[in-house]
Design a protein around this ligand. Structure first.
Ligand code: NAG
Ligand code: NAG
Length: 346
């Protein structure tokens, strides 16, 4: 993208960030979810690991990003939609005791181009069966119209068969956060799951006000973490003077920011209000940073092979998974089965 276009974009965002007042009110009296910092530092590690391109290390949970607070995770499904450059996994963790679903963010073209597209080109579609509910077409189809959804739903079903009715946590960074929210809504509305929790990092806006309202009603246990000047949560733009048409975030935002000067910088966390668009959180600053987008809680949120859809996998693991006719990869196992005797679904 040309430098001048980039500058225009950043300038516009600065203007919008400061352009409106505090007229926002929470639409609902529903109880807002509690923010749990420890849980956030665990989930951010899943959202980071799902970016990795070495499928063998991911599937055996031996990657370098799999060694911290997520140690011992029982992965059950790793799905790569090669055609659309998407990746996600499902597994079961001990703490928090839950089925964890994680989605990778965009990895296809340069991040700058993806961000520019979020600003300049939006295409919305109706959320099925809801007349006034509009949702970003790209995010919706990435989950609903690819290999991802059937693989996730199948793995959730297998996990529940094996572990009983454990609750479900969906997470992801950037576009992966948008897909996490769309997945959680699908699980609640279409699969009648009752206890779905969501935590996203640096997530863009997904749909209009009616979408935000529907989402919050269905999946109230959602925390949307934003980091300082991260540009992505500012996109697609929010226009307070077009309340029916504008893209709008759902609650509840938690804003990570830095205070202090020079060498004395502290990180702080602000738990935001129930509007989804708290003017005292991320919207109080200009969204002009990509580096703030790529780090949450000190964890790196990008691929180890930037700007590519490359996958790395040894033949041994490939033989244990399946590749569909479009080259998409599904690696599945049941926790009862030791790694070397993984079942292959055909
Ligand atoms: C916060 O999350 C951690 C990790 O799952 C859990 O151990 C802890 O009990 C939670 N704290 C509260 C107050 O729920
Ligand atoms: C989903 O994919 C099918 C087949 O590729 C296509 O016909 C349909 O228009 C797509 N739906 C959306 C909403 O893009």
């Amino acid at each position: 993208m040309g430098k001048s276009r980039w500058l225009t974009l950043v300038t516009c965002l600065c203007l919008f960030a400061f352009s409106d007042g505090r007229e926002l009110k929470a639409w609902h009296k529903s109880k807002l979810p509690e923010y749990n910092h420890t849980l956030a530092t665990i989930l951010v590690e899943y959202s980071s690991a799902v970016y990795l391109s070495d499928l063998t290390e991911l599937f055996t949970w031996t990657c370098d990003r799999c060694d911290g607070l997520t140690k011992g995770f029982e992965i059950m499904e790793l799905v790569v939609d090669v055609e659309h450059c998407l990746q996600a996994f499902v597994g079961v963790a001990e703490d928090p005791h839950a089925i964890i679903i994680a989605f990778r963010g965009t990895n296809e073209h340069s991040l700058q181009n993806w961000i520019a597209d979020l600003y300049w080109k939006q295409h919305e579609i109706n959320y099925p069966g809801m007349d006034d509910v509009m949702v970003h077409r790209g995010f919706y189809t990435a989950y609903h119209n690819t290999t991802i959804r059937p693989a996730i739903l199948d793995a959730v079903e297998r996990a529940k068969k094996f572990y009983g009715d454990v609750h479900i946590i969906v997470t992801g960074h950037s576009m992966g956060g948008a897909m996490a929210a769309i997945c959680a809504l699908d699980l609640t509305v279409n699969q009648h799951e009752k206890n779905v929790q969501v935590m996203t990092f640096g997530q863009p806006r997904i749909g209009n006000s009616a979408f935000a309202s529907l989402y919050f009603k269905q999946v109230p246990n959602t925390i949307r973490v934003t980091h300082d000047h991260d540009i992505v949560p500012h996109l697609p733009p929010y226009y307070s003077y077009l309340p029916q048409k504008t893209y709008r975030h759902f609650p509840r935002e938690v804003w990570l920011y830095n205070i202090g000067f020079g060498t004395l910088i502290y990180s702080a966390e602000k738990i935001c209000d129930g509007s989804g668009e708290d003017p005292d959180c991320s919207r109080s600053v200009s969204g002009n940073s990509i580096s703030d987008h790529l780090e949450y809680y000190g964890v790196r949120m990008e691929s180890d092979e930037p700007m590519s859809c490359k996958i790395v996998m040894d033949g041994h693991v490939l033989n244990l998974g399946i590749r569909d006719s479009r080259g998409n990869i599904l690696l599945s196992r049941d926790p009862a089965t030791p790694f070397l005797k993984m079942s292959t679904r055909v």
